[in-house]
Design a protein around this ligand. Structure first.
Ligand code: ZN
Length: 275
């Protein structure tokens, strides 16, 4: 039952991710035809509409995945093709939400502990939006990072309340300074060539979400994931030196993995080191 509820919530949040990415892009860079920023599209208010014909969409057009499949991937009104990315993003968020519950490392006994999980699942919205934005346009909008800061603070605050422990807050602040500070230094040393300004901003958020131990693990994971992709690209002959690979998606995937499995890995490492 909880799986179904979280799956449905994930689909709905995934559909919000699609709208969020599209609306932020249009506000910042302009629409499909207009090439200048436009402010007449609100992020939270305003009805959903077709990207092409601007026809308002009814509830029946907005059911995640099902609408897209039943309309065979076309707009009901103008028949233009709607990208397969929409249902895929919805499914990905649903899987991430259900996966979070399945692998959740904390006890779910009190109402506050459930709110911690919900705050985490809601945090997946800006995280996935940043991944898509970075893959598509090689940048991560600052306001999406800031909205993730907001949900991250709620997440940490609720967890501290639930566990009646300040250690989590302290670890979160330490993680933020550690990772953000490290990225900031790399940014300064390389003049922004090795790491982007948005990666630095995300570093602060990532450290806050994971705590200082999780932040170290997350950074290691992100580097492994990045290296793995480059090895795959070299193996299939698609890699070339001038290629720009955004770091954001690796950092964010690593955040997800470290948040769910970090404690296990840290404990395992400690036992290995005999601590
Ligand atoms: Zn249309």
């Amino acid at each position: 039952m909880i799986y179904v509820l979280l799956g449905v919530l994930g689909l709905a949040l995934g559909s919000f991710v699609n709208a969020l990415v599209w609306r932020v892009r249009i506000q910042d860079k302009g629409g499909l035809k207009k090439k200048k920023p436009s402010k007449d599209l609100s992020i939270l208010r305003g009805r959903s509409m077709c990207v092409y014909c601007k026809h308002s969409l009814r509830w029946i057009d907005l059911i995640p995945v099902i609408s897209w499949v039943s309309l065979k991937g076309r707009c009901r009104y103008c028949k233009k093709a709607i990208s397969w990315q929409y249902p895929v993003v919805e499914c990905i968020l649903a899987i991430l939400a259900v996966g979070s519950y399945f692998f959740w490392p904390y006890e779910l006994s009190s109402w506050a502990s459930w709110l911690v999980l919900i705050a985490w699942v809601i945090s997946l919205v800006p995280m996935l939006a940043l991944v898509i934005y970075d893959i598509k346009w090689m940048e991560m909008p600052t306001r999406i990072i800031y909205s993730l800061n907001g949900t991250a603070m709620v997440f940490i605050g609720l967890m501290a309340y639930d566990l009646k422990s300040w250690d989590i807050v302290i670890s979160s602040i330490a993680g933020s300074i550690l990772l953000g500070g490290l990225f900031w230094m790399i940014y300064q040393i390389s003049g922004g060539r090795w790491i982007g300004g948005a990666d630095v901003r995300y570093g602060f958020t990532m450290g806050a979400l994971l705590g200082w131990q999780g932040a170290i693990l997350g950074l290691a994971l992100a580097s492994y994931l990045g290296t793995a992709l480059i090895i795959v690209l070299i193996a299939i002959g698609k890699y070339h030196k001038k290629m720009r690979i955004p770091f954001g998606p690796f950092l964010i995937s690593a955040t997800y993995i470290a948040a769910l499995f970090g404690q296990q890995v840290i404990n395992w490492y400690k036992s290995l080191a005999g601590l």
